[in-house]
Design a protein around this ligand. Structure first.
Ligand code: TZP
Ligand code: MG
Length: 250
């Protein structure tokens, strides 16, 4: 894992998500990095490379990037992750690898994102160490409670709404599901699944610290503009929520 101190973009305080204390994740900073979380999908951007999409999305203001390669060879995944790592260097935007702890280690990514049938958190933590960011997809309250208990750094509530991007999802948890999970865990939570510029404010008002999107940026005609629009909406909604915090549910 590289110890490079990343230069934060304007929206992220000027320090690394990883700090030099015991547990190296700075949770407040990680929470900010989850505000607009891009998950890549090469099948949704024919004619454009994942690198181009990531560069445009970062210029538009995404605060975290996850490389998700479901149909690639290990070598192609490594190459993609390596070049995205290069793009993100000195931006303050963390690089997260979907599913593959080995790829994360090989490219020196900031962390991994694991689903319920991927490597268990405990094993991933053993391999990656205390200063890696590990996110877990939670499809219900039990998943979320277990993820927090086992030391996840954040949870992705998955899916919030119906989506065509991923076919093997659990039933959508909806806004009530966000409120329920958020009421029972104290680590940061992002929503994923069917989120776009129209419904992002509802997802944040229901209790998510950020939104994770695939098609809203990757499949947009202008990914930079799509990211910038989402970022603007998210920033405004989060600022409003600071003055009007959501009523705790359940
Ligand atoms: N995990 C749960 S839903 C999903 C993933 C990767 C896909 C979300 O895609 P979109 O296009 O933002 O609905
Ligand atoms: Mg997975």
């Amino acid at each position: 894992m590289s110890e490079t101190r990343r230069q934060a973009p304007h929206h992220v305080p000027q320090s690394s998500v990883r700090t030099s204390r015991d547990r190296k994740i700075d949770q407040a900073l990680l929470t900010q990095c989850l505000a607009l979380y891009l998950v890549t999908d090469r099948d949704l951007c024919p004619g454009r490379s994942t690198r181009e999409i990531v560069a445009a999305a970062v210029a538009g203001g995404v605060t975290c990037v996850q490389i998700r390669e479901k149909n690639s060879t290990t070598r192609a995944f490594l190459e993609e992750a390596g070049s995205v790592h290069h793009i993100l260097r000195n931006t303050g935007v963390p690089l997260i690898i979907n599913d593959r702890v080995d790829v994360a280690l090989a490219v020196g990514a900031d962390g991994v994102h694991l689903g319920q049938s991927d490597m268990p958190l405990f094993e991933a933590r053993k391999l990656l160490g205390q200063d890696a960011i590990i996110g877990i997809s939670a499809e219900n309250l039990d998943d979320a409670l277990q993820a927090e208990e086992h030391g996840a750094d954040y949870i992705a509530i998955s899916p919030v709404f119906r989506t065509l991007t991923k076919t093997n999802t659990a039933l959508p948890l909806g806004l009530d599901g966000i409120a329920l999970l958020r009421a029972h865990v104290s680590i940061p939570v992002v929503g994923i699944g069917g989120i776009d510029a129209h419904n992002a404010p509802q997802v944040l008002r229901a209790g998510c610290h950020g939104v994770a999107v695939v098609s809203a940026i990757v499949a947009a005609a202008d990914p930079q503009q799509a990211a910038a629009e989402l970022k603007h909406i998210i920033t405004r909604t989060l600022e409003e929520s600071c003055t009007n915090p959501p009523t705790p549910a359940f």
